[in-house]
Design a protein around this ligand. Structure first.
Ligand code: GDP
Length: 296
């Protein structure tokens, strides 16, 4: 996904490699290249502006200019800024010390919400030894319930459902009660998505959120939608106070700009990344590893 960005950044670094002392002109030319490569990757304009200003300030510092190999120091400055842009360190689910941890999954239809619910349930079960219940609260699409049930069977996680006749809020409350009565320590609520953000969708999600008071609200956003990720994340965040993002379809050929911008613009951390259609294709998001990947 970041191939083109990686190539261009490396070209920019090559131009200053082995130069010994760097002049302001060398630096400006390099920064211009970095700027162009980020814009070409569809990174948000304001994010690029701040990013370049930060690098320039740090790279013109004496620590870099007086270094034995200034070009290497500049690459380190860019790397550190990339990590900062992506969110410094990983963010994990806010598990309750006692009682049931609740996670609400929200997102637009087709972004991979149901798949992500099952992937995260599987990860929590296997890696964190959690006793997870999946709650099928997408009562708009009967297929969504079936899909969750199939995935639940595949990973050996029980799915609570009352079909499409019962509304989402009631199903969510009953699922919580069921989890409480049956010794589950974690519930993941798969909620309905729509093709577009509308008031009805947001109201339903708000109602569930008020009733369940989830420890986390995770929003799935599709990397293929580029900078639109930012608008979607902002709209959901304003209404629901989203605590984390799941970036899906990172295995696709999106240019990556949305991914690089969304944290800086919305201040919502990325928690997980989806890397394919299979259950195992989910990773915890590590900003430093992502920065390394971008730099190649
Ligand atoms: P929902 O409508 O948001 O619940 O979306 P689904 O979970 O049904 O996923 C929509 C489609 O995207 C399905 O065909 C999934 O297999 C696919 N999908 C989900 N996550 C990923 C991912 O990380 N990579 C790829 N390539 N496909 C994904």
């Amino acid at each position: 996904m970041f191939d083109s960005l990686t190539n261009r950044l490396n070209k920019a670094f090559k131009n200053i490699a082995g130069k010994g002392k760097l002049s302001e002109k060398n630096m400006d030319e390099m920064l211009k290249e970095v700027r162009m490569s980020l814009l070409e990757a569809d990174v948000n304009y304001r994010v690029v502006k701040d990013f370049i200003a930060n690098i320039k300030e740090k790279a013109m510092g004496t620590e870099v200019l007086d270094a034995l190999d200034p070009s290497q120091m500049v690459v380190k400055v860019v790397r550190d800024e990339l990590v900062a842009l992506l969110g410094e360190s990983e963010t994990s689910i806010h598990f309750k010390e006692e009682g049931i941890t609740t996670v609400m999954m929200v997102g637009l239809q087709g972004t991979g919400k149901t798949t992500a619910s099952a992937k995260i349930a599987n990860l929590l079960k296997k890696k964190k030894d959690r006793n997870v219940l999946l709650a099928a609260c997408d009562v708009v699409r009967p297929a969504a319930i079936e899909q969750l049930q199939t995935l639940g069977q595949q990973i050996g996680v029980e799915v609570y459902s009352e079909g499409v006749e019962v509304d989402a809020l009631t199903t969510a409350k009953n699922a919580y009660q069921y989890a409480n009565d049956n010794g589950f320590d974690t519930v993941l609520f798969d909620t309905a998505g729509r093709l577009h953000i509308d008031d009805e969708l947001m109201q339903e999600l708000e109602n569930i959120s008020k009733a369940i008071k989830p420890d986390d609200i995770l929003l799935t956003v599709d990397a293929m939608t580029g900078q639109d990720i930012i608008n979607v994340a902002q709209s959901f965040h304003e209404r629901l106070n989203v605590s984390g993002l799941v970036l899906t379809k990172l295995d696709g050929d999106a240019r990556g700009g949305g991914i690089l911008s969304v944290r800086a613009v919305t201040n919502v951390p990325v928690m997980f990344v989806g890397l394919g259609e299979k259950i195992e294709d989910l990773d915890i998001f590590y900003p430093d590893r992502m920065a390394e990947r971008i730099l190649g």
